[in-house]
Design a protein. Structure first.
Length: 86
């Protein structure tokens, strides 16, 4: 069984680029939201377009999955480094 290495590499790159973009977008949204709260005292965001709303929900879900994936990788790395020291 052979694997198509460039395709797997592109898929991995796409996965990480999309995941990091979701994380960056979430960070930017937090900054906008908190600056609005600081200036106005509240934040109100309303989306009436169902297509945009669905895309935002999908990207939020993907961002959550990506965050969990990266967090698990970090925990595994820390665990391996701790077991190597013992």
């Amino acid at each position: 069984m052979t694997t198509n290495f460039p395709l797997n590499r592109r898929r991995n790159l796409f996965f990480h680029v999309l995941g990091l973009s979701c994380m960056g977008g979430a960070t930017l949204l937090q900054l906008v939201m908190f600056s609005s709260i600081l200036t106005q005292g509240y934040f109100r965001g309303v989306e009436n377009n169902p297509t945009i709303l669905a895309a935002e929900i999908v990207l939020t879900g993907f961002g959550l999955v990506y965050f969990i994936y990266m967090y698990q990788g970090l925990i595994r790395t820390i665990k391996q480094n701790l077991t190597k020291r013992e």
